[in-house]
Design a protein around this ligand. Structure first.
Ligand SMILES: [Zn+2]
Length: 369
């Protein structure tokens, strides 16, 4: 493996706080950023925690401004919401909610030139820790991946909120996180760059490993506990892997084929309605197959993916026959992703289609769940 020359960068949030009462620390955390924090929320989250958050902030002498988010995260929407907050003298933007709201808060902080804090109410992916902003059009098609100048100043993950959300969100988070060690290793073995634009530091693979081992040990139990709305050790460990470790791993270690494959699934009938992490879990399986690993290694990963209720084959994804033309469309769109240099060999349409078909053949050897 080549270490090579050149500068390398490490990025992380300023603070990461996780636990069953983490939300109660919000006031203390945002207080140093001035008296007028902007809170970005949608209507359901406002109903869920709005009063609790506002009374906490006013109790420490702050005068928060609520920017209510509706619709999609589009440039027009972000500009409009940002304009409505100009002149308030805000020193920080706080996003409370799911991916769209957090990304909107990130985009607003970028435009207002102030730091931001994420308070995820679901753990469906690792975006709360990262500087990445996914921008969409009105039809929810991904049109751009923008970046903040720095990661969130703080990430506050209240696990009591996470276990109140439907379990499919945590399952998606597990899917998004389980690919990261394979992607960081592929980036290291290839010639590509991390999202920070440098070759990875060794720490990224170590974080990816820790993330994967945690998921292997605790995911099934954590999903069961989440279903019963219980904050347990397994939940705490898995949430750390999903939000913190996964985020640090991809931003510092790089993405690869697993995430590239999601470009195809986002437009594939049957699969497109699934959450991002469901796509990534299958993408990880296909990546491992494309790397040329042995059948037993691929099957081992597929068994784990299935055990967590994530898709391990075309059929699991809900893609209906005829499969082959759809596999070619998925492969073509995968080739438009920017992460393909992060792979140990050249990625071609044939390589992708053959890997997808190999996985589908192997799936017939898995026990029916
Ligand atoms: Zn992802």
């Amino acid at each position: 493996m080549m270490y090579g020359s050149g500068n390398r960068l490490f990025a992380s949030p300023g603070r990461y706080l996780q636990g069953p009462t983490a939300l109660d620390q919000l006031g203390q955390i945002v207080q140093p950023f001035g008296t007028r924090p902007i809170l970005v929320m949608d209507e359901p989250v406002c109903e869920l925690i709005g009063d609790r958050v506002l009374s906490q902030l006013t109790a420490v002498g702050l005068a928060p401004h609520v920017a209510l988010f509706t619709g999609e995260i589009t440039y027009a929407n972000v500009e409009q919401l940002t304009e409505s907050c100009r002149g308030l003298g805000a020193g920080v933007v706080v996003g409370l909610g799911g991916g769209k709201v957090l990304d909107t808060a990130k985009a607003m902080s970028l435009r207002l030139g102030v730091p931001m804090v994420t308070v995820p109410t679901i753990a469906s992916n690792d975006s709360p820790t990262s500087s990445v902003i996914a921008m969409y059009d009105d039809e929810h098609r991904l049109i751009s991946v923008d970046k903040m100048v720095a990661n969130p100043a703080a990430v506050i993950v209240d696990t009591s909120l996470i276990v109140e959300a439907p379990t499919r969100f945590l399952r998606s988070g597990i899917g998004d996180a389980l690919s990261k060690v394979f992607e960081a290793d592929a980036c290291q073995n290839g010639t590509g760059m991390t999202p920070l634009g440098t070759r990875p530091l060794g720490i990224a693979s170590a974080i990816g490993q820790q993330c994967y081992q945690t998921l292997r040990a605790d995911s099934v139990q954590a999903l069961r506990d989440c279903e019963e709305h219980r904050v347990t050790d397994a939940v705490e460990r898995v949430v750390e892997a999903v939000v913190l470790l996964s985020g640090l791993s991809f931003e510092n270690g790089g993405l690869s084929l697993a995430h590239s494959l999601t470009r195809g699934l986002m437009v594939t009938e049957g699969a497109k309605s699934l959450l991002h992490g469901y796509h990534v879990a299958w993408g990880a399986v296909v990546q491992v197959a494309a790397e040329g690993r042995s059948d037993s290694e691929v099957l081992e990963l597929m068994s784990f993916v299935r055990a967590t209720g994530l898709p391990a084959s075309s059929e699991d994804l809900g893609i209906v026959a005829p499969l082959e033309p759809q596999h070619h469309v998925i492969a073509t769109l995968t080739l438009t992703a920017p992460h393909l240099a992060n792979f140990s060999k050249p990625v071609t349409e044939t390589l992708i289609v053959e890997a997808i078909q190999r996985v589908d053949r192997l799936a017939t050897q898995l026990p029916v769940s």
